[in-house]
Design a protein around this ligand. Sequence first.
Ligand SMILES: CC(C)(COP(=O)(O)OP(=O)(O)OC[C@H]1O[C@@H](n2cnc3c(N)ncnc32)[C@H](O)[C@@H]1OP(=O)(O)O)[C@@H](O)C(=O)NCCC(=O)NCCS
Length: 169
Amino acid sequence: MMKYQFKNKTVHLEKVSAGNFDVLMDLSVHASQEDFVAPNGYSMAEAYAVLSDGRFVQAFGIYDGDTPVGFAMIGHNAFTEPDCPASYKNSYYLWRFMIDQRYQGRGYGKDGVQLLLDYIRSFPDGEETTCCVSYEPANEAAKRLYAFFGFVPNGEMDYDEEIAVLSLI
Ligand SMILES: CC(C)(COP(=O)(O)OP(=O)(O)OC[C@H]1O[C@@H](n2cnc3c(N)ncnc32)[C@H](O)[C@@H]1OP(=O)(O)O)[C@@H](O)C(=O)NCCC(=O)NCCS
């Protein structure tokens, strides 16, 4: 893939911390998108629970300069349920991803995914060869966004969501 050109020059990730969790909780999607992603407060509570169990998760604010524009969460071997999709085993995944409704359509989605993939490729919890994502079949924007980065649906489902996989090698 050609080198990605960021659309927003000062876009960056900031790890969720005691200093920023409350502003990130206030970010939201359009009402028509609410079925596509959990509220950020729920995701942060889930991240806390997973971390307490000693498994890997990292939640981020997506910022442009000082302005929080989105929220994301990645995981690695964080699911222990026996019926967990096979694709998720020994793989990183983009677990949650959203751009606030006020900032959509300006390239932050693409910039945010690129930043997350750069972080995942630093292998913060050990090397893996794949990264997964899942989305509702009706979520055309997500499908196109992830396909741009090379994610390919592999036919497996996570409940009602399609799983798509990106090779990291
Ligand atoms: C999906 C989402 C993250 C995209 O964020 P964004 O900042 O608007 O995305 P960008 O401006 O970077 O656009 C990235 C690509 O997404 C796709 N896209 C974005 N909005 C779209 C729309 N309304 N219809 C179809 N495709 C769309 C396009 O492929 C676009 O690339 P292009 O403009 O070069 O064609 C955002 O719409 C969102 O937060 N949705 C609700 C939460 C969600 O669905 N999260 C994903 C859960 S798996």
